[in-house]
Design a protein around this ligand. Structure first.
Ligand code: SAM
Length: 295
């Protein structure tokens, strides 16, 4: 074993062959073998030796190695038990890295942060995510209100575009608002298939989310706010009034609903995809005050 980076195609193939590792498609295992992309991902996180990094799904450690060289403390959570001995071997030169076996969706992240990042000023999540669970992982990271500075992740390009979309665009939807409520997104780059082994059959992109100190808008009840947004996008071709009627006034009450929309300053004939987050915040508060929703 040489000192060559883990992520070079030659070393990656050597590690995989020596351990008799076989890829599991069901775990979204597409490993990175491109130095430039790894460099761009790590650079976007603005790491320093004073900061910490949480990696989700380290694979055989290609990205973990780069994080270890930039951050003070690195913790990587990997679901596949077969990768743990490989990671222990290849990351042995990096005492600032700890690998934990587990499903990130089940891990108690607050406890992990207290244990691993106590005294660390700022923490980034940096990962080449398993695409089959991108949204639940991202929502868990954001909703738990962890002390995060930013999240830099490789994800499916189409999902990245939805996360970063503005009102009025075809990609704008409940995911855009959910993400932008907690963070400011920026698309870092799109990524060709050739940087992975095996190559995924969807396009990929790197997105950076700068986590906000406070949510983008103040609402009386977050759960209600997101419920109203979900309902407003239930059928994209329908007007906001028709979508909300199906959810909250299945029998009658159109007049009351239209009155409440007007009170929130929203024309009932508009479609959900044209409303800004501020308008959803106003609408949710008006509906809540009228006792509509969350019954
Ligand atoms: N970071 C490596 C790289 O870039 O080469 C591997 C990235 S690969 C796209 C995704 C990794 O996430 C795999 O190692 C997979 O086993 C792991 N994984 C899948 N589901 C997971 C989960 N729920 N929790 C933690 N790790 C998971």
């Amino acid at each position: 074993m040489g000192t060559e980076d883990i992520s070079t195609p030659k070393r990656t193939k050597e590690i995989i062959a020596r351990h008799g590792f076989s890829f599991k498609k069901s775990l979204g295992q597409n490993f990175l073998i491109d130095q430039n992309i790894l460099h761009n991902i790590v650079k976007a996180a603005d790491l320093t030796k004073e900061k910490g990094a949480l990696e989700i799904g380290p694979g055989i450690g290609a990205l973990t190695e780069k994080l270890a060289q930039q951050a003070g403390t690195v913790t990587a959570v990997e679901i596949d038990q077969r990768l743990i001995p490989i990671l222990e071997e290849v990351l042995e030169p990096y005492p600032n890295v700890s690998v934990e076996h587990g499903d990130v969706l089940k891990v108690n992240l607050k406890e992990l942060f207290a244990r691993r990042f106590d005294g660390v000023s700022k923490v980034s999540v940096v990962a080449n995510l398993p695409y089959y669970v991108t949204t639940p992982i991202m929502m868990k990271l954001l909703e738990e209100k962890l002390p995060l500075e930013n999240i830099v992740v490789m994800i499916q390009k189409e999902v990245a575009q939805r996360m970063a979309a503005s009102p009025g665009s075809k990609d704008y939807g409940s995911l855009s608002i959910a993400v932008q409520y907690y963070a400011e997104p920026r698309l870092v780059c799109t990524v060709p298939h050739t940087v992975f082994i095996p190559q995924p059959n969807v396009e990929s992109a790197v997105i950076r989310l700068q986590v906000r100190d406070q949510p983008a808008v103040a609402v009386k009840n977050e759960q209600h706010f997101f419920e109203v947004i979900q309902a407003s996008f239930a059928q994209r071709r329908k007007t906001i009034a028709n979508n909300l009627k199906s959810k909250y006034f299945p029998k009658d009450g159109r007049e009351q609903l239209e009155g409440l929309l007007q009170e929130a300053g929203i024309e009932p004939t508009r479609r959900g995809e044209t409303l800004s987050m501020e308008e959803y915040a106003r609408l949710s508060d008006v509906l809540l005050e009228a006792g509509i929703g969350l019954s």
